[in-house]
Design a protein around this ligand. Structure first.
Ligand code: PLP
Length: 489
């Protein structure tokens, strides 16, 4: 017989469960490193976890605790003020508590009989999000694993709607027609790489993606979009979708949504707004107006595991007209038989790419309850202020060059070595690498117009102005060290 304490079954598993959770929380806090990262290399990490991964016999709690300690102490500390590389947030405690409940209940969102109240909660949360984005009553959505999956879904529904409208063609039953080679997707030079990834997975190929020029703030230039659409048409191509970005990953730039919406509409193309990052501004009264025009989107991606401090994953895909989900709907006798629809039973498998799926809506709901919109807005606004502060410090430093004014909570810049013969690209690459290997800071990097740059992504509203200044100072001193090493190897 199995001992019941292995499963969440009866009253007497409650104490075991409580102990396990409390222990796990203790291990996390006890072993949290002081620095952002231990700095270990892949080889050193492989050495640190060289025990048997699939043991025959159970281990003691001491051994398990030791394993957890190892994992915690060699993880990147997302809450450290010197961790500022990616859109990678420290999670809210309220969301962590909700995660415990989500996992304990283990509802699965694919069918109503596996997730009754969870289905209703998710639908209500999605309705609220659609309203917040200004989408009409016919809109709907689904929770996804992230912006990548949401962008894929937007382009999938766009593709299927386009095929249906142009050639009365069902991709679901017939795959792609030969004419699919003519279909184009337009997005800016600063749009996320998952536009190409989606195009390749959708059978259109990365060649279907046409990149449009950006202005000096890395926002799509509507005049270039207009001329590109015209040029494509004269070459026999068909603009299927335009992807506007509300918060590019590197710069936080928000494309001019109203102008793009008008051009997409005129071209009869689907408008997908990738608001994976900037979608958070829906909840900031101070910055909400910058998303004006999002209400014209055919579909929208918003991540909550970025500027909403949710543990990964928590993300939503919204579509203007729920009927577009019909393009991907299939029935399975064991799960969502067609007759359930007649009976009004919602089986959310029909609106998702996934089958088994987590109840991520709960942690978002609980987070809103725990903090309220006002506190969440203050946190969002604070990260934007921190980026502006970092930019001001960078602008005032002679050995640093600001590449673009912050548009959201990222700052892109370069270290400029004092010796004119130094290789600036190489030194900027080395600054980031050395800080990471020393475990002193985890900062970002990117290439801008062919030049190697550094990037700070401010995701922690608890970071102070002084912390930001120290981080910039750390980067400058690492820059001088890298430059010296090159001068006197
Ligand atoms: C982060 C991001 C994505 C990808 O989202 P994931 O949640 O990592 O899958 C897509 N687009 C933009 C603009 C992003 O910033």
């Amino acid at each position: 017989m199995f001992e019941s304490e292995f499963l969440t079954s009866t009253e007497h598993s409650k104490d075991a469960y409580r102990r396990i959770i409390a222990r796990a929380a203790e291990v996390v806090y006890e072993s949290f490193p002081d620095q952002p990262y231990s700095g270990k290399s892949p080889a050193a990490l492989a050495e640190a976890v060289s025990t048997d991964f699939l043991p025959n016999r159970e281990g003691s709690w001491e051994q398990i605790t030791e394993t957890l300690r190892t994992v915690v102490s060699d993880s990147v500390v997302v809450s450290n003020a010197c961790t500022a590389a990616h859109l990678h947030c420290p999670p809210l405690l309220a969301a962590l508590a909700a995660e415990v409940v989500i996992s304990a209940l283990n509802q699965s969102m694919d069918s109503f009989d596996q997730a009754p109240i969870a289905t209703v909660v998710e639908q209500k949360m999605l309705r609220g999000l659609c309203t917040e984005a200004g989408l009409p009553a016919a809109a709907a959505g689904t929770f996804t694993t992230g912006g990548s999956q949401s962008n894929y879904m937007g382009l999938l529904l766009a593709r299927d709607a386009f095929l249906q409208r142009h050639w009365n063609w069902s991709a679901q039953t017939s795959g792609l027609p030969p004419e699919a080679r003519q279909m184009s997707i337009l997005c800016s030079d600063a749009a996320h790489f998952t536009v190409e990834k989606s195009a390749s997975q959708l059978g259109l190929g990365t060649d279907a993606v046409v990149r449009i020029d950006v202005d000096p703030h890395f926002r799509l230039k509507p005049s270039s979009l207009r001329s590109k659409i015209e040029a494509l048409k004269t070459q026999g191509f068909l603009p299927m979708a335009v992807v506007a970005t509300a918060g590019t990953t590197d710069f936080g730039s928000i494309d001019p949504l109203p102008e793009i919406a008008a051009l997409a509409h005129e071209a009869n193309a689907w408008l997908h707004v990738d608001a994976a990052y900037g979608g958070a501004l829906l909840f900031s009264p101070q910055h909400r107006s910058r998303l004006g025009g999002i209400e014209n989107a055919d579909s929208v991606a918003i991540d909550f595991h970025k500027l909403f401090w949710q543990p990964i994953s928590c993300s939503a895909f919204l579509v203007r007209d729920a009927r577009h989900f019909d393009a991907i709907k299939l029935y399975a006798d064991y799960l969502n038989p067609e007759f359930h629809e007649g009976e009004g039973i919602p089986n959310l498998v029909t609106t998702s790419l996934l089958t088994s799926r987590r109840f991520d809506a709960l942690k978002l709901w609980i987070s809103f309850q725990a903090l309220g919109r006002e506190k969440l807005a203050a946190m969002i606004d604070r990260t934007i202020m921190l980026a502006n502060h970092a930019a001001a410090v960078i602008r005032a430093s002679r050995d640093l060059e600001l590449v673009c004014e912050p548009q959201l909570s990222t700052v892109v810049f370069r270290y400029i070595p004092s010796r004119p013969e130094s290789n600036t690209d190489r030194i900027n690459t080395e600054i980031r690498q050395n800080l990471f290997h020393r475990g002193a800071a985890v900062i970002g990097h990117t290439r801008v117009r062919g030049r190697q740059c550094l990037k700070l992504t401010c995701m922690n509203p608890g970071t102070t102005e002084a912390d930001m200044e120290k981080l910039v100072e750390l980067i400058r001193s690492q820059g001088r060290v890298c430059d010296e090493l090159k001068a006197n190897p």
